[in-house]
Structures are given as C-alpha cells and as structure tokens.
Ligand binder design. Structure first.
Ligand SMILES: NC(=O)c1ccc[n+]([C@@H]2O[C@H](COP(=O)([O-])OP(=O)(O)OC[C@H]3O[C@@H](n4cnc5c(N)ncnc54)[C@H](OP(=O)(O)O)[C@@H]3O)[C@@H](O)[C@H]2O)c1
Length: 331
C-alpha cells in the first residue's frame, strides 16, 4: 500500500508518554505542525510540538483547539475521554486514528484470528480495558465512518516500555551472567511488535487507512527468543527448565505481575500470541527481526537497571529461591 500523503495539521490526544510521544515525533519528522493535548504529567512533548495542557476529565477540555485537523490520533483507554474528543472534534477532522488493542477482541481467539474475530463485551465505564477499547471503536466508527482508522496493537516492546515485559528475558540473562535462569519447559508462541515499527505504521500508513488493522508482531517461539537473548546478553549459566505444574506449585505466574515470567501464557491462552498480522503487513506495516529488538531492549534495560524492582516480573531473588526449591525437590 502506498504511503499516505503526510498530514500537515496533526493533533495527538496524548503525546507525553511512550507511544504517543513517538507518534508526535514521527509526524514532526514528516513536516507536520503537531499539537498534543494531555495533562503533561507523563513528561514533555517532543521539541517542536505544542502542548495544550488539559485534563480530559474536565468539561471544555477541548475548548480553544481552533481550526481543522488533517489527522487526529487518540491513544486513550477511557470511553468518557474518547466521547468528549469525538463530540468536540469529529466534525473538524479529515481523518482520525484510534489506537485500540487486540484486547478489544476475545482472549481465547483461535490460532491465526484476524480483525474480524469476536470483540469482548463493551464496557462504557472504562473498568475493563478491552471492553473500553471495544466501546470506543464502535462509537468512533459511528461518528467518523470512513474517516476512521482503528489500529489494534498486540504486545508492544522496545525502549521505554514501562510494563517491563518484552525486555525481561534479555535483561534477566544479562543479570544472571554465569548464574542459572529459570525458564518454562513448555515452548510457546510469543508475538511482540516493536514500538518503532508500530509508531511508523501509525504515522506513515494509518492516515490513509479506513477500517481496522491488528498491528501485531511476528510470531516467535519463546525458546528461540531465550536462546537468541542468551547470546546477545552473554549468558553462560544454566537454563533451569520447569514444567507448568512446577511453576504453578512455586506460585510463578504468566504474562505480567510480581511473580510472573513475562511473555508466557497459560496453555489454553497460547493463541493470544498467534494473531494474524496479514492485514498489517499488507497495509505497509513492518516487522523488524528479533535480534535487533532484543539488542535494543537490552540497552534500555541496562540504562534502567537490570536489577531494578518491577511489579511485572519475578524478582531475581525470588527466581533463585524457586530454582533452589526445584533442586531440592529433585533431591
Ligand atoms: N503496552 C502495550 O503492550 C499495549 C498493547 C496494546 C495496546 N496498547 C495501547 O497503546 C497505547 C499506548 O499509549 P502511550 O504509550 O502513549 O501511553 P498511555 O499511558 O496509554 O498514554 C496515555 C496518554 O493520555 C494522556 N492522559 C491520560 N490521562 C489524561 C487526562 N485525564 N487528561 C489528558 N490526558 C490524559 C497521558 O498524558 P498525561 O499523563 O501527561 O496527561 C498520555 O499522553 C494505548 O492506547 C494503549 O492502550 C498498549
């Protein structure tokens, strides 16, 4: 698909945090005049962008945003914020990109599920993340029709990932050095899109899109990822394999959480990391290879501290305790 003509006047509803900041930067690099609307609590907007500091929870949050927009990008997860923006701005936007999530679709989708798979029940209250995104998708479509692109990222990785998921394995292997690292015995699919590939798609391709695209990464096996990460991190210690039952008995969880092994999924939900990226690729999306993704993540992880506390991964101390308990169980 051809690149969209670069929009000239761009409004990013967000722009102070990870993905939104990169989107604003990308539009600036293409010569757009970029305005970001956010509270400003997430950090500064990129140099060259204008911040309109507003709380979207307040009445008249969009007052003072004069004129028309070639492109509006909204990253919100809150239906009330999305509705307010649509009420105030939909009639003045030539095109609108809503950054949704594959979580808007059912978690237990079949292998290879695409954009047309079932959505989760809508949640206008905003309490259920996926349901909130599903609600916003529908209401935005009703308001904007073919001026709307919905981009549904899967798990996003890369520098600046505050959720600490994709970087876990390469960081842990680097931290362990010649020490042991706990890994699941069950190999399983993983699927992570690099934040740079995703933001490029949203900046360069989404403005010409009508409809919905699941922007998911290439499917890679976890063991392949761990072995590649091991060579990048220079890990020479043992990989200590644990079965699902052993991990469960040791209270080690999946995906994210204080005792989680990131990127892992329960067997019954493995297809969550096997979504189709066919439409994303056909629309001009790209998948960078895994090796530079891991190298990039390691550099960022080192800068943030390999042994920092994280609410989303099993700590090194807890991991070593689990490895000890496995050794003593084996006798
Ligand atoms: N991480 C993943 O793996 C993943 C996967 C699928 C989809 N996604 C989606 O990807 C997007 C990520 O966006 P992001 O990295 O830019 O981060 P984000 O943390 O979702 O950003 C929210 C933006 O909205 C602004 N905001 C929040 N509350 C506000 C308020 N009351 N008034 C005005 N502005 C407000 C924030 O800025 P201030 O705090 O400065 O106001 C920030 O710029 C989201 O749409 C997320 O749902 C993420």
């Amino acid at each position: 698909m051809a690149e969209a003509t670069a929009p000239r006047r761009v409004l990013v509803l967000g722009g102070t945090r990870w993905l939104g900041h990169r989107i604003a930067l990308g539009h600036l690099a293409r010569g757009a005049e970029v305005t970001c609307l956010a509270r400003g609590e997430g950090g500064p907007v990129p140099e060259g962008a204008r911040l309109v500091a507003r709380d979207r929870g307040e009445a008249d949050a969009y007052g003072g945003l004069a004129g028309e927009w070639d492109e509006v990008v909204d990253v919100t997860r809150l239906p009330s914020h999305a509705r307010g923006a649509l009420d105030a701005l939909a009639e003045r936007a030539a095109h609108w990109t809503f950054v949704s999530s594959v979580s808007a679709q059912r978690l237990e989708a079949p292998v290879g599920a695409d954009e047309d798979d079932d959505l989760v029940p809508e949640d206008e209250s905003g309490e259920e993340y996926g349901g909130a995104k599903a609600w916003i998708e529908r209401v935005a479509r009703e308001r904007l029709g073919d001026r709307l692109a919905v981009v549904r990222p899967g798990l996003i990785g890369g520098p600046g990932d505050a959720s600490d998921r994709f970087g876990h394995w390469v960081a842990r292997l680097a931290l362990a050095g010649d020490g042991p690292v706990l890994i699941p015995e069950r190999d399983q699919p993983t699927q992570t899109i690099h934040v740079g590939d995703l933001s490029r798609f949203i900046v360069e391709r989404a403005p010409a899109l009508r409809g919905t695209v699941n922007a998911v990464g290439a499917e890679r096996r976890l063991h392949e990822l761990i072995h590649l990460a091991r060579s990048i991190a220079g890990h020479t210690g043992a990989l200590v394999r644990a079965t699902d039952e052993q991990l469960e008995a040791a209270d080690v969880g999946h995906w994210m959480g204080p005792r989680a092994l990131p990127l892992t999924l329960p067997r019954a939900l493995a297809s969550h990391a096997q979504r189709s990226s066919a439409r994303y690729l056909a629309a001009g999306g790209e998948h960078r290879p895994l090796e530079p993704m891991l190298a990039d993540a390691l550099e960022d992880e080192r800068a943030r501290g390999l042994d920092r506390a994280s609410p989303n991964r099993l700590s090194r101390a807890d991991e070593l305790a689990v490895i000890d308990s496995l050794a003593s169980t084996h006798g």
